[in-house]
Design a protein around this ligand. Structure first.
Ligand code: GLU
Length: 397
């Protein structure tokens, strides 16, 4: 057997990406599949953003840029955060990364190491604990309460602090639950973290996808309390329908950004120069496309929720943010002769040709994640197949 590095005994590829790959494989072999797996907008990137990329090509903006991105991009990111959250960041406190994923990875490598514990609320996007492990630290998963909509609670996170705790990662809106952390809860976490010198890594990849007008100025909460211990990770992918362009960003104290730039300089260097120009247009141009997409996601969320409500043994809530419905399937497994949500996800793909991501991917067995970043026609057909498949089981006694 080929001998790989020891760390490969402990890790496998991203289970969210795996669902997308399975759908691709089936489609290439001619099988028609409804894809509720892919966590990416189905919308095309807005035209003005694409036009900026064409212009970058025409102008020959095709060379290396500084590792953390062209200064114009870093300033556009800072200006966006100042406009949206009222926080003021200098050039040395911002860098661009190849997606939000690399921002989180850079931060994990720069901040955590052997012997460190990092608190992560669960259900969790799989790359968060995996990146902590790749940094040779230990993720401490704090399960949320399904009956509380998996709300992210300060008390649950703070309870798990030990002398080894080096960081707390918070993802709000959360992938996969769509739950938000309330400002007051984050403030309580930040106050304690500041007192103990613990870092807070805030994953804001879905920050533009919040359905109601709730207060969610999390960057301000952290900047006011632990500016020297915060790592804000964001992304153009979801807000501007730019997943394939690969651009995210990291904001934090200058020494952290310098460390992350050093790491990135040995890994991928700068984000594609063409993408950088496109993202400047996205961040500095009118934001109406974001609002339009959010309105469409809201309609889809409400429809999907209503359709699934026809089957009382499936339990789900309307998520507050992001574009995922996290459905409790524990009530239907036995009737279908299944024991786990992973088996249900496999059966749905094989027998109903509906791709979903099993809760196991998020440290939350018993649930499945449905992405509703897809058209209403596909949503309607997929939920009909899902409901029909569930109805084929024997109702639990
Ligand atoms: N964030 C998306 C998801 O959870 C994309 C896949 C990934 O990068 O993990 O499906």
């Amino acid at each position: 057997m080929m001998r790989l590095a020891e760390r490969m005994m402990r890790m496998a590829g991203s289970p969210t990406m795996k669902v997308t790959a399975a759908v691709d494989r089936l489609r290439r072999s001619g099988v028609e599949v409804i894809d509720f797996g892919a966590g990416e907008p189905d919308f095309d990137t807005p035209e003005p953003i694409k036009a900026a990329a064409h212009q970058a090509l025409r102008a020959g903006f095709t060379r290396y840029t500084p590792v953390g991105g062209a200064i114009e991009l870093r300033q556009a990111i800072a200006a966006r955060y100042e406009a949206d959250y009222g926080i003021d960041l200098g050039d040395a406190e911002v860098m661009a990364t190849a997606g939000g994923k690399q921002a989180l990875y850079n931060a994990a490598l720069a901040l955590f190491g052997p012997g460190d514990e990092v608190i992560v609320h669960a259900p969790a996007w799989p790359s968060i604990p995996e990146q902590v492990r790749l940094a040779e630290a230990t993720p401490v998963l704090v399960p949320g309460d399904p009956s509380d909509g998996f709300a992210i609670r300060a008390s649950a996170l703070l309870e798990r602090i030990t002398p080894r705790t080096r960081g707390i990662v918070i993802n709000s809106p959360c992938n996969p639950t769509g739950a938000l952390i309330a400002e007051a809860e984050l403030a309580a976490v930040a106050d304690e973290a500041a007192r103990r010198g613990i870092w807070i890594v805030l994953d804001l990849c879905y920050e533009k996808l919040i359905y109601d007008a709730v207060a969610h100025n999390l960057p301000r909460v952290l900047a006011d309390r632990c500016r020297d211990r915060m790592a804000l990770c964001g992304s153009a992918s979801k807000a501007y329908a730019m997943t394939g362009w690969r651009c995210g960003w990291l904001l934090g104290p200058a020494p952290l950004i310098a460390a992350c730039s050093a790491i990135q300089s040995h890994a991928t260097s700068n984000v594609s120069s063409i993408t950088q120009q496109a993202v400047i247009a996205a961040l500095t141009g009118p934001q109406d496309a974001v609002t339009r997409m959010l309105a469409e996601y809201r309609v889809r969320r409400d429809s999907l929720h209503d359709w699934l409500a026809a089957e009382p043994r499936l339990r789900c809530r309307r998520p507050a943010g992001a574009f995922y419905m996290f459905v409790d399937v524990r009530g239907v497994l036995a009737g279908l002769g299944l024991t786990t949500s992973a088996e249900l996800a496999d059966a749905l793909l094989e027998r109903a040709r509906v791709a979903v991501t099993p809760g196991e991917a998020f440290e939350a067995p018993g649930f499945i994640r449905l992405s509703y970043a897809t058209s209403m026609t596909v949503l309607r057909e997929g939920s009909a197949r899902l409901l029909e498949f569930v109805a084929s089981g024997v109702p639990a006694a």
